[in-house]
Design a protein around this ligand. Structure first.
Ligand code: UTP
Length: 297
């Protein structure tokens, strides 16, 4: 069996144009889900999955991301003066759960390029990749959360693996879509081909990449061989096609809900789902939804 992957890259440098005007001055990764920013959910998932070292790829206008994981002595002192010791400790603990580093992507040349910024950090090891604008619902029936599932598959097979979900046919144009052969007895596919954001009639399957990956370091050479593709960006899916041609690349079909926060409707859904579970908001939000329902009746 292969060991656990300990390093993760979290790309969070995208311009977030689908969420303008909000993203003109604030990163989408700092959007709140009730009382926590999106990026904190991603870091927590990584840490719960055995990740110890994290590199966040940021860009212009994303300083709030660094501040969120830094100490805040003024705020902590203020909370302690008010006797809010628990809150002060919560605030301090945010950045302490993993070793978090930052690197800037100076030009937004695409996800493939953002990943390339992690090459020196990763060195010659396998690594996890978690999109900074994607939350995986922890409410999984088997109790494994997001990247934990990929870690298990990686430990069994020792090959690069990407999480996929089934999507409605009309949604395929929003995602990277994979094609491959089922691996017997598991929710796994051996990947042969990936297509970035295909039109529904060109999509080989309805299996969409869900924002979580584990790669062997050979992916970096594959990225280097890619020219700008769809939308003028260095596409990670192009590099994954090259990787699949030279070594095994698998896809794990998982059931967990994926929230693409860069998409407004997904963000609203995510906020509502979590607000309906949060003890501080659950009752009020339920009452609010009941009222809205009654108004419409
Ligand atoms: P998206 O495809 O959501 O692109 O990126 P985007 O630019 O952030 O948003 P839109 O499409 O303009 O609304 C997927 C992930 O890749 C990161 C994003 O931050 C997000 O986590 N990314 C994308 C980068 O880090 N750099 C890039 O150049 C592009």
């Amino acid at each position: 069996m292969t060991g656990q992957v300990k390093k993760a890259i979290i790309p969070a440098a995208g311009l977030g144009t689908r969420f303008l005007p909000m993203t003109k001055s604030s990163p989408k990764e700092m959007l709140p889900i009730v009382d926590k920013p999106v990026i904190q959910f991603v870091i927590e998932e990584a840490v719960e999955s055995g990740i110890e070292d994290i590199l966040i790829v940021t860009g212009r206008g994303k300083r709030a991301l660094e501040d969120h994981f830094d100490y805040a002595p003024g705020l902590e002192a203020h909370l302690r003066r008010q006797g809010k010791v628990e809150q002060a400790e919560q605030v301090r603990a945010i950045g302490a759960r993993a070793n978090i580093l930052f690197v800037r992507q100076k030009e937004q040349l695409g996800l493939g390029d953002a990943v390339r910024h992690g090459r020196r950090f990763v060195g010659d090891e396998p690594f996890a990749l978690l999109l900074g604008d994607t939350i995986i619902d922890p409410g999984h029936p088997q109790g494994l959360h997001g990247l934990q599932e990929l870690q298990q598959v990686y430990q069994r097979h020792g090959a690069s693996v990407v999480a996929v979900r089934r999507v409605d046919a009309q949604m395929v144009a929003r995602y990277g879509i994979v094609d491959g052969r089922p691996v017997e007895g598991e929710h796994l596919y051996s990947l042969e081909r990936l297509v970035e954001k295909p039109e529904p009639e060109e999509a080989p399957t309805d299996l969409a990449i869900a924002g979580r990956y584990i790669f062997t370091p050979q992916i970096f050479d594959c990225i280097d061989r890619c020219a700008a593709g769809k939308d003028g960006e260095i596409q990670l899916t192009d590099a994954m096609n090259l990787l699949a041609a030279q070594q095994p690349l698998q896809a794990l079909l998982w059931q967990a809900r994926r929230y693409d926060i860069g998409n407004k409707a997904d963000y609203v859904r995510c906020f509502l789902d979590f607000a309906l579970r949060h003890p501080d908001t659950r009752e009020a939000v339920r009452a609010c939804l009941r009222d809205m329902d009654a108004d419409q009746a």
